[in-house]
Design a protein around this ligand. Sequence first.
Ligand code: URA
Length: 209
Amino acid sequence: MAEAHEILHPLIQHKLTSMRSTATGTGAFRALLSEVSMLLAYEVTRDLPTTVTRINTPLTAMDAPSLDETRIVLVSILRAGNGLLDGMLRILPEASVGHVGLYRDPKTLKAIEYYFKMPRDMPHRDAVVLDPMLATGNSGIAAVRKVKETAPRSVRFVCLLAAPEGIAAMNEAHPDVRIFTAKIDDHLNEKGYIVPGLGDAGDRMFGTV
Ligand code: URA
């Protein structure tokens, strides 16, 4: 049984509907993706630990919780992962950013790595790996494998749409990695596209269709 945390909030589903539609152009698509990623950030950070600090409000001193954003590393799987970065960074402006460069071999659909850059001190950080589309899972699985080599404290995976096939593959390869998605779609087609999906997320956000 494929396992992923599907965030079925009406705001997210409403924006996702616009993103799926062929009537939505590049600028609107990018803006919507940025908004949805802010909403996803809310859910993916839900169980991160907070620490209590002594502060003064205008009325009194109090012990108040804070999240150490500098411990979070957002990892974008290039290039489409960058579409989720902007909104996440608006919510977590002090988070660090790592990049994994992967492309899908169009014949084998296997992930080929061409770039990898992460911040130092990974064992003190919680990694959130970003890719809008969890399709076959090949890129996500390869990216998570690379990220794990840096020994982060935890790894989460965030996508906009997930195919059941990709979730099952990720669950099998990395059972410890929780997947957060706005929607689990029906299936993959023979070319590895998510159906009903939204097409090629990179092309939609960068106007390279
Ligand atoms: N990547 C995309 O951008 N879209 C899909 O449907 C599958 C993989």
